[in-house]
Design a protein around this ligand. Sequence first.
Ligand code: UDX
Ligand code: UDX
Length: 445
Amino acid sequence: MNLINITVLGTGYVGLVSGVCFAECGHKVTCVDTNKKKIDILKKMKSPICEVGLEELMVKNAKAGRLSFDSSLVSSINSSDIIIIAVGTPSLPNSNEVNLSYIYQCVDDICSYLGKNMVVIVKSTVPIGTCDDLQKKIDSKSMQYKCTIVSNPEFLREGVAVNDFMNPDRIVIGINEDIFNKKSLEHLYANHISRGVECVYTNRKSAEMIKYSSNAFLAMKVAFINEISDLAEKYNADISDVSRGMGLDTRIGRRFLNPGPGFGGSCFPKDVKALIDMSNSVGLESSLISSIKSSNDSRAINIANRILSQTQKNDVVSFLGVTFKAETDDVRDSPIIPIINEVLAQGRSVKIYDPAGIGNAKGIFVHEESKKKISYFNDALESVKESSLAVIGTEWKEFKQLDPIAMKSMMKKSQIYDLRNIVNYDSFRKANFIINCIGKHQNEQ
Ligand code: UDX
Ligand code: UDX
């Protein structure tokens, strides 16, 4: 196996997972982040993010001398064969546009210190055409070295990112230089290629488009099943059966057909908005892609109104699960946040429990008004005390085993709203709970 020396810029969900996993594949990796606090945590062999299996791999590969951390690229750049850019590309505030300032900062830093020919891989999600622009920018610096930009988007899901990195459905590589020596990329992904993972070689713009189109399509699938679940409720159909019956059609596929409070996270909302922005900037209307965003945006208020219709002013509403999905501590763009804000605005008090995201949640509700009416708990049962409604916001495994008898003894009113259709329906019904769920006949009592 040809060992590659790699510098990864950015140690977020994408950069850290990619760096650790490339080290696990046998390469020598330096992970760089300008956030010195993060680097200090990493040097203490602690992962700043919640990812199954990541910390163990970090410790193993650091001990093997394949993985190190630094707050600057200066010491590792010229001993690297490849530089991977994995810094954040968030939406600009109140805009569909992408903030590319961190990407351009990385390229400036590379140009300032580069002392050899280099392959620069852009793993961050960037609008179509960005990599070509970066190539032009680097070439215009008329450095004495050749620096080739490659687009190599990732498809990691938070919570299972290590698994997704090591077992991808495909590897997408965008290169424009046909004389480009693909060898270094084949060595980089040798472990994957040897296991039969398919590599899609294309040009940079198409590689960038594959990423946005994949995320927007998956977001559309989620928005679609959410709307179908509203229809199922009106016709007393059962969305779980509808989803199963649809998903067995191999042209549709069963994944991403689970209804819920709406899609969230640091990617789907951002990437759908970016695709709308890209379409509009070339004069295309993007009616379907725009409808994915508007359908999802309206879902939060739709769900909040259902919660309000089941409670009165001054009632306590408990939210079990505030992260944007289960198995993560990430609350970025969680659909539960606007739901909680609306419930508070309509005079309810809120209690919040989350198995992993409670710390991040406390950083979200910072308005003085909200602070007075929100309390946080590290225990599900404590969080439903005096509550008139327990809302299941995310599909954490522990919520599948909630004890309705214990909950009943704590609650003012025995009522749940299961936004993920995961609780044990029969045990709650036997305990005389009013059970509201998504896309099914409501159990009115
Ligand atoms: C993000 C985007 O969400 C994703 O769409 C994109 O593909 C990759 O970047 P994520 O890993 O979640 O994914 O980003 P984030 O958690 O924000 O981490 C980015 C890291 O880059 C942060 O640790 C930040 O400190 C670091 N960074 C940012 C730098 O090291 N240098 C910079 O100039 C800017
Ligand atoms: C997504 C893409 O899946 C991944 O390929 C890309 O690299 C980054 O963005 P992630 O944002 O981590 O990954 O989460 P994902 O598991 O895709 O879920 C996204 C949102 O859709 C979550 O809010 C989730 O709750 C919701 N969702 C997903 C549903 O509501 N129903 C589903 O069936 C699946």
